[in-house]
Design a binder for this molecule. Structure first.
Ligand code: PEP
Ligand code: MN
Length: 332
């Protein structure tokens, strides 16, 4: 249920509505909009007693929310959310934001060299994993906190914003200290202790769709983060498992307009983990921008042949330069 306040409703009137909702045993989450504030009721299982809310001053109307997710839903927040980090704006029809860098931070030289390359061609956020969720326990697991320190150095030296993955609620603590955006990976989309912890941070979170997760499941996971009080959530389609065996994962291109219909949150696309090979990354990126993605998360390495993880799908610097040129035309 959504309580729509009148355009001229005062802060006290909104507060009074929230108190009444609390008395009913639920939670009222204010959602300020361009024209008016709405208060979203969360925690109710069935119908809410409308007669207790409608007469309160400042209340315009009550609207039932039909989806199981509420804070994430476009029903409760019709205008698209824009997440602003420094000079970068993600969502709401702003220019697509390009986050690029290696799968994993391997050492300072590799990170800074790659960061300078991606910055030169127009990326505004540097990606690089420090805690790597690898399929094999024998694969490179990332540098851990040392990787985060290198990430901070990249930020300092290049001025790029940074994103890196937290793989559990314990290392999220470190990630939030060092990075501008916290990534939650596909394997952890339904790690609820991690999602709850991500709800407590005040840094933006990029939540990837699990490779066997439906869109509703992705949105319910985003709801966990928002229900915890963190409204800065960016969703990311990164390919799902299908019967198609000619590609690592199938990029669900229709997920982008579909999520945008159901949710006000920005939607990014990771073409690298969908493709699994670098020659497919440019065409998938163009497709993603064409259907309205708010940005791309791309793996680029200064020396992909010797990368310690996901080298096969990492772009060579010249390929990244070409990609940035080609997507400009698509965006225009
Ligand atoms: C990554 O971005 O490096 C990564 C591990 O992605 P995903 O969680 O989508 O597999
Ligand atoms: Mn990777």
């Amino acid at each position: 249920m959504l309580v729509i306040m009148k355009n001229d409703a005062t802060g006290e009137q909104v507060q009074r509505v929230i108190e009444e909702i609390t008395k009913m045993g639920y939670r009222g989450v204010p959602m300020p909009g361009a024209q008016r504030t709405a208060v979203c009721i969360v925690g109710n299982k069935g119908a809410v007693e409308e007669s207790l809310l409608l007469p309160l001053s400042g209340v315009k109307e009550l609207i039932p929310v039909t989806k199981p997710y509420k804070l994430v839903s476009r029903e409760t927040h019709p205008q698209s959310t824009v997440i602003t980090i420094g000079d970068v704006k993600i969502g709401g029809g702003n220019k697509p934001v390009i986050m690029a860098g290696p799968c994993a931070i391997e050492n300072e030289k590799q990170a800074i060299t790659t960061a300078e390359i991606v910055k030169q061609y127009g990326a505004t956020v540097f990606r690089g994993g420090a805690f790597k969720p690898r399929t094999s326990p024998y694969s490179f697991q990332g540098l851990g906190e040392e990787g985060l320190k290198i990430l901070a150095k990249v930020r300092e030296e290049t001025g790029l914003l940074t994103i890196t993955e937290a793989t559990d609620h314990v290392n999220l603590e470190d990630v939030e200290k060092y990075a501008d955006i916290i990534q939650i990976g596909a394997r952890n989309m339904q790690n609820y202790s991690l999602l709850k912890r991500a709800g407590e941070t005040r840094k933006p979170v990029l939540l990837k769709r699990g490779f066997a997760a439906t869109i509703d499941e992705l949105l319910m996971s985003a709801e966990y983060i928002m229900a915890g009080g963190n409204h800065q959530v960016i969703l990311c389609e990164r390919g799902i498992r299908t019967f198609s065996d000619n590609i690592r994962n199938t990029l669900d291109i229709s997920a982008i307009p579909s999520i945008k219909e159901s949710s006000h949150l920005p939607v990014m696309v990771d073409p690298s983990h969908a493709a699994g090979r670098r020659d497919y990354v440019i065409p998938l990126s163009k497709g993603a921008i064409a259907v309205g993605a708010d940005g791309l998360l791309i793996e680029v390495h200064n020396d992909p042949v010797h990368a310690l993880s996901d080298g096969i799908q990492s772009l060579f610097p010249e390929q990244f330069a070409r990609l940035m040129e080609e997507i400009k035309y698509i965006y225009r």
